[in-house]
Write a protein that binds this ligand. Structure first.
Ligand code: PLI
Length: 459
């Protein structure tokens, strides 16, 4: 008999943060006051917070010790040099510009590389990434494989680029109109789906042929690397850290939201191999973020980030992180809840179209379902569907994405298996009572990234 060992956490708990329990009657009032938008709830009114895995990880004792080593000099902080060498060592990029978080890096690279009228192909959009591309005058073009838009497709690498779509676009628009291809590891909006190394190598070969750069959104690169190790031929014996290094080596620059993979509450960076682009970014960062040796982060935060990066690439860590997500996903699948398949790496994505077939997409089914789950149990999730997709830049109409999802995002190293069980019980209960859930009407819509602040009323 082979020895079985489950994914249990490679750490023990040293400090806890109490949370408050609320009643269903209170939660009905809170969500109504929040305009049925889980982003507008107060966190003290939330029991288990699955809004996001961004900035919500538990830091290690090493990271907290690093916080005490903050060198808060305005210029030339020791922590910056530690962070810079850590990024060079683990990710292999040559130059580093720190930013306050991921979208700060997206802003810089978009302003530097994109001209009015350009096209930016990518493996599905991400909200802030696409907005910065548009604000710089570009148009995002989705070149992900069709399987990524199908929640039932079991294809293991739904983050892959459709090379035909990409080459057709290059031929149609001309390589000079495409400043770079935007590649995310993993693809958040598709359900946390990885890209394969084979596909990334092919994208590299194709972009080399036309002289086009690849900008890597490396926000969850360790999770992507782990899925390559699990699923792709030839990688099972390699450490995750080596796979990460190879992924990065196939790209020219990277934007990072350190608030995810890298286990810190705040921070990000732009990493670049081209010295001229680096020089421009290093100049522009002082306009929008802060001096080039802190870019909007405190010295102590850069120290925690440098340590977080080294922890995030360890096989034991990433196995437990993804293991917990899969534990919840398997439980929900076993009770017949429609979720995106295969199970992703940072959360479970419920298919709200299938969960609530009596609601049309303009009744905001995922938004309504997130509100119902909160009312039932105080578990906070978020919408990733028509509200997140925003409006078409030209026509002003809603974008109608095929994926209408509720994301149950799991913070890293924060919740226990018992929390996962409670979450599953709540979703199962709401599913049993799904026929009584009504749709929503949008009554307030902000201009940018509307999902954060939009307000709704029950129909
Ligand atoms: O939230 P930022 O500005 O640090 O990073 C923006 C960002 C860029 N790329 C990807 C793939 C993200 O997931 C991302 C932020 N994601 C959030 C906040 C989330 O809840 O998924």
């Amino acid at each position: 008999m082979s020895r079985k060992r489950s994914w249990a956490e490679p750490y023990k708990i040293k400090m806890v943060e109490p949370v408050f329990m609320t009643t269903q009657v209170e939660r009905e009032k809170f969500i109504q006051e929040a305009g049925y938008n889980t982003f507008l709830l107060r966190s003290r009114d939330v029991y288990i917070d699955l809004l996001t895995d961004s900035g919500t990880s538990a830091m290690s004792d090493r990271q907290w010790a690093g916080i005490m080593m903050g060198d808060e000099a305005y210029a030339g902080s020791e922590n910056f040099y530690h962070l810079e060498s850590t990024i060079q060592d683990y990710y292999g990029y040559k130059f580093v510009v720190p930013t306050h978080q991921g979208r700060g890096a997206e802003h810089l690279i978009s302003q530097i590389l994109i001209k009015e009228g350009d096209y930016i192909p990518g493996n599905m959009y991400f909200t802030t990434t696409r907005l910065h591309q548009e604000l710089a005058g570009g148009t995002f073009v989705d070149v992900i494989i069709d399987e990524a838009h199908d929640p039932d497709s079991e294809y293991p690498f739904k983050g892959n680029v459709d090379l035909n779509k990409l080459e057709t676009l290059i031929k149609e628009k001309g390589a000079d109109k495409i400043p770079y291809v935007s590649i995310a590891t993993t693809v958040n909006m598709a359900g946390g789906q990885p890209i394969s190394m084979k596909n990334l190598r092919e994208v590299r070969a194709l972009t080399d042929k036309y002289g086009i750069r690849i900008v890597h959104d490396m926000t969850r690169v360790a999770e992507n690397a782990y899925m390559i190790k699990l699923l792709e031929d030839g990688f099972s014996e390699l450490p995750v850290a080596d796979i990460i290094k190879e992924i990065c080596s196939l790209t020219d620059a990277a934007t990072m939201s350190s608030k995810k993979d890298a286990l810190v509450s705040i921070g990000g960076f732009l990493a670049i191999n081209d010295e001229e682009i680096f020089a421009e970014a290093r100049n522009l960062v002082v306009v929008y973020e802060g001096l080039h040796t802190y870019g909007g982060m405190a010295g102590r935060d850069m120290e925690a980030l440098a340590i977080g990066i080294t922890e995030s690439v360890q096989d034991d860590h990433i196995r437990a992180r993804v293991g917990q997500v899969h534990y919840l996903g398997e439980k929900l699948k076993a009770s017949g809840i429609p979720i995106v398949n295969p199970i992703g790496t940072h959360g479970i994505f419920i298919d709200a179209k299938k969960f609530l077939p009596h609601l049309t997409q303009d009744m905001f089914p995922a938004q309504a379902l997130a509100a119902e789950i909160y009312i039932d149990s105080g578990v906070r999730t978020m919408e990733r569907g028509i509200v997140s997709a925003g409006r078409n830049k030209e026509t002003g109409e809603h974008n109608y994405p095929n994926l209408e999802l509720v994301r149950l995002t799991i913070p890293r190293r924060v919740y226990t298996q018992a929390h996962m069980d409670v979450i599953a019980e709540s979703v199962e209960y709401v599913y049993e009572n799904r026929n009584s859930i009504s749709g929503l009407k949008m009554i307030f819509e902000p201009k940018y990234l509307r999902f954060f602040q939009a307000r709704f009323e029950k129909l």
